[in-house]
Structure formats: C-alpha cells, structure tokens
Design a binder for this molecule. Sequence first.
Ligand SMILES: *[C@@H]1O[C@H](CO)[C@@H](O)[C@H](O)[C@H]1NC(C)=O
Ligand SMILES: *[C@@H]1O[C@H](CO)[C@@H](O)[C@H](O)[C@H]1NC(C)=O
Length: 679
Amino acid sequence: MLRKFLILALLAITTSALNLPGVPVEFTEDDAVISAISDEIANKYADEFMKYMETGIESASMKQISTQLGRSYKKEIFTTSPNELSSINQFVACTTCRAVANVVARTFRSSEGELNGPNAEADTKKVLLILCDKLRIQTEEVCSGLFDLYWDIVHHIVMNTGGDARSMCGMLPISFCQIESKDYNWSVEVDATKGPMTAPKSSVPKKTDKDLTVVQITDIHYDPDYKVDSLADCEEPLCCRVTPASGISDEAKAGYWSDYRGCDSPLYMVEDAFDNVKKNHPKIDYIYQTGDIVPHNVWSTTKESNKAMLTEINDLISKKFPDVPVYSIVGNHEPHPTNVFGHENVPSEMSVSWLYEHLWNIWKRWLPEEAKETVLKGGYYTVSPQPGLRVIALNNNDCYLFNFWVFYDGKGTSQPQLDWLHKTLLTAEKAGEKVHILAHIPSGSSDCWSVWAREYNRIIERFSDTISAIFNGHTHKDEMILHYSENGHPMAISWNGGSLTSYSDKNPNYRSYEVEPATYQVVDHSTYIFNLTEANEHGDHRAPVWFKEYQFTDFTNDLSPAGIDALFEKMSENPEVLRKYWQYKVTSADPKIQKGCDKKCMLSTMCSLVTSEYGENKRCKELKAKLSDSLDNEKPTEAPTTTSAPETTKAPGGDGAASLTASITSIVALLYVIKQILL
Ligand SMILES: *[C@@H]1O[C@H](CO)[C@@H](O)[C@H](O)[C@H]1NC(C)=O
Ligand SMILES: *[C@@H]1O[C@H](CO)[C@@H](O)[C@H](O)[C@H]1NC(C)=O
C-alpha cells in the first residue's frame, strides 16, 4: 500500500514539476490516465525538441524533461526487463518511446520532402543520434551501430505494413503503453477429436538406473573478443572487451573466468565447461543445445562473425562429445542483425536463408536428411533419436516481439510453424511416440507475443499426453514454468537450463536431466555451477571448481505437472522453500545473494513459475495472495536480509539490455511515424 502511494506521489511530482497544462495533480492508478499523462509529456518534449532543432538552443524546459526522462532512472530502465520495472520507470520508458515517435513525426512534417530525397537515412540517423544523446538511451557508438544494422529492414517493414506509430511503443510490455491491435489476432486449427482436459496430468514414473541422461547447455554467448583486465562495467550492453586509454581501477577490471557484470564467455571457459560435463557424466545419451551461441554485441555483429562462432562452437561440441547426438536450436542472437528472422517471403537480401543454410551445414552431422527441408525453410526440424522418442526443435523466435517481422505480418510470420508443430504432434500421437519440444524462448516471457503463446498452449493442451517435456533457454535463469490448460489443469512443464554465460550477475551453469525411458518424462535434474567470485580469485592459476549445486528431487519426487503444482502450493505457504528455489534460480551468484529477494521479488518469482502466456495470470494471482499472507506472517527473525534497491543487472533475456530494445523500438516507432507522414 505504501509502495503504491509512493509511486503515485512520485508520478505526481514528476509530472507537476513539468508544469504541463491539463495534467491532473491527483491520480488514480487507472492505466488510461497514466497513458494520457505519458502522451502529454511526450508531446511537450516534442515541442521543445522542435524548437531546439530550429534554434540550436536548449530551453530550460527541455533540459528539465531530458534530465527527468533520461538521467533520473537511467540505471534501472536500461538494465532491467521492462515488465520488471517499477511503475514510475515503466512510465518513463513508455513516455520516452512516444517522445521519440512524436519528435520524429514533427521533424519530418516541418521539413517537407526531405524524406523522399536521398538524405532520408542520414537525416533520420541525425535525429536519432541527438535523441540517443539527450535521452541517454545508449552510447553514440551503440545507437549508431544499431541504426545502421536495422535501417534497411525496419524501413522495408515500415513501408509495407499496416500498423501505426503507437503500436510500436506498445511493443514494450507495459500495460498502459499497449494498445489493442485487432489485425494481429489469429488462431491455429486444433484437432478436435479430444476434448478439453478434465483432470491434471499426474502420472509419475519412478527413477531407475535405466534412465537416460540428457545434458542441456544453453545461452553459451561465446565472446571471441573477451579480454581479461579490460573494462567490466562499461556503458555499452556488452563489456569486458575494451581497455580505455586512461586505464581502469582494479575493481572495474574483467575477471579471468568471465565476470558478473555485462560480460560474455571467453573460449577457455566454454572449453572448461565442456570438459567438466564430460568428466561429471560418463554416459550421456543426448545433448540439447538450446540457442544463443553469439555474444551480446548487438550493435556490431556481422554475418561472417556469427557464422564463424556457430561453426567454432559446434565443432568444439562435436570434438568433445564425438559419440553423443546433439540437438540444437536457434536463439535470437544467431541472426544478423540480432533478433530479426525474415521468413521465406521477404526480399532475399533481408531473409535469413544464409543462416539456415549455415545451420544445416553445421547441424547435419547429427540430423537425418529429412530434417533439411524445414531447417532451410525456417530453422526448425524434428528427429526421432530412438524408437518411441521424438524431438521437435522449434525456432520460436517468431514469437519474439523484437523480431520486427512479427509486426510486418504477424500471422504469416508466426502461424506456419505452429501449424507444423500441430501436424508433427498429431503424427507422433498416431505413432505412439512421446515428444520433447526444444524452444529457445519461454512462452510466458513478456517479450514473447501473447497471441503466439495462447495458441501454443492450445496445442500443448491437445497433446498433453504426448508431450513429455519442454526445454527452454533465453532468460539465463535456472528455472521452470508450469503450463495450465484452459480450465486450469496442470498439463506440461517447461524446463529452463539457465546459461553458460555469466551475463549478468550469475554463475555459469548447465543442467543434466534424468529421463525415464518409457514415458520420456523428466524424473530429476541437476544443475552444475562454479562460483565465479572464487574462480576469479585464482585467475589463470587454477581451473574453476564445478560442483552440483542442487538436484530437483530435493524439492519433490513428484515431477508430474500435478506434483509440481502441489510444490508451488507449498512454496506459497512456506516462503523458505520458494527462497531456496530463488537462490538456485540465480545460480547462487554472490551479487544476487548479497542483495537478497524482497517481497516484490518473491511474488514475481512465484508468478513467473505459473505464467506460460504473458498477461494470463489466474494461477499467479491465487498463489501470490497466499504467498503474500505467508510472508507477512513470517517471524522477523526468519526473514533474511532484504533490500529494496532496484535491480541493476543487465537483463539477460532477449537483447540482453532493455536499453537496446528501447532504442530499437524507438527506431521502429520513428519509422512508423515517417510512414504515416508519407502516406
Ligand atoms: C482474439 O481471438 C480470440 C479467439 O481466437 C478471442 O477470444 C479474443 O477475444 C480475441 N482478442 C481480441 C483483442 O479481439
Ligand atoms: C563464492 O566464493 C566467495 C569467495 O570464496 C565466497 O565469499 C562466497 O560466499 C561464495 N558464494 C557462495 C554462494 O557460496
């Protein structure tokens, strides 16, 4: 309650300090009101910016708004995933995005014709770089790099689609920034021979010594440019690569085995991890590599370097594990530019067929010839590694909202693969097979399109008997999601393997799963980590000490969906159990452990366990209410130290940094506006 009040008070102070006409002094928490205020400030800023463009003089009012939008909340906005931001910062993020859109609209309105001429790109870039600076979106190098990489694709999308400017800012997963876009609502035709679920999925096979071992390695984010002792707390989205001429303090230096700050994986750390997988698991049946081999330098990727890294890591896996079949999927960092997967029907210079061809070349040693067609078509495939088991390897980056082609043609981009998934599951069901689905992005992620997630869940419900397990990556969190049927029955589990990269504030990790060989259900899994603080204290004198952090049966022996739901119920009643889960979720990384998990963090940890479609939060609300009571009733002595300091971790999911998504969104918003003007 106090929190809410503080947020509203802050909102009031921010806006009243801006002296905006028509802005109420008192607020309700109504989204519409907040949205309108956000618009007001965005317009006001646009006015001031126009004057600045004409005169070169920055008014006091512009300075004030820039400061408030840009600097006050900088760290949190630019390092935290938008849906985890506090209300005030969501407000600022949405307003910033709209301000950019407004500014550009007017810039081009007042200088007619410019855009039709040869200077369109240069002029747009100029405006964007000024905004990038004034609103402190990112460093000039990063903004400029992003602009150059995305201009062609975004320009094409803008010129050929039917959306509007505000719908682009609506891409931010912030409720009051979102607007409804009815053109983008489609559904898959789901086989109707089986009705809705009438009971939870509750079968529990026993652990035996015949169980298969599946190792999941995900989000490797190998950085060939990693440099020991370089700057680890830089401004850019990826650090530990450059040593400034002026020198750096000891605390700011990149560690030897990677770094908790915004840094990816040096090659020798990746090799060391593979060696430890080999050592710890003498008998591995399969390896699932669930995407994102490429590092977070999203402003300076090239096709050639992405391809080279993919080759290098795949060759390394195959060299270290010559007898193990490896099933890989494609992450959002694999294409160039990052995130954008142009499908078959986009102009060839913008398609990612170069990537799919490359993936086929490096994956084919583990795949049957039949997989070639779909890999080349869309980076996905199916394979039956042994009779009774089918792996369906999706490229679900077509649910990712920063894959801008989703906005070009939502249905055309996202539906065909789900249709294929449905067809493949139907065939598997008829053949009596059990299925493992591999998909990089968890469906409940705030940046996974909720229409896609809704349809995906409809398919999962229809085939809940056939689907034995789902494996995700992307979030860099060692976590899981329970999927519920339309009428609330627990139906499937998505396991998330965390990440090998330490990006950010996490210890490198991998997972091994124990899979029962008749149902192919996961009956246990273990997470292996090393303590990065400790490893870096020894530097290059000693290899990291990998150890088993925990195994899931420490929580429960019943790994069926029903059993997991019961575990969550227990977590909501006994916060200590959830706290344990949270500690493992963040791989016991020192910066996270020191900060602790306060009430807000605990509630969101609870909710993310049961959210498989963004915005669908029935079970989340039930568990949250229970947990909230349990937390309030805890004896003070039992509560660990917590702080309410804002999270400052670079958001690992997606682009790695919310700043990038914000700045990319701004570019797109800007181009949408341009289109409106031209039409
Ligand atoms: C989208 O379609 C689904 C059914 O397919 C419907 O339930 C939902 O209300 C629609 N949403 C909008 C915003 O029209
Ligand atoms: C990691 O190692 C450091 C240094 O040895 C130690 O202080 C810290 O407690 C360890 N972290 C955990 C979670 O055990």
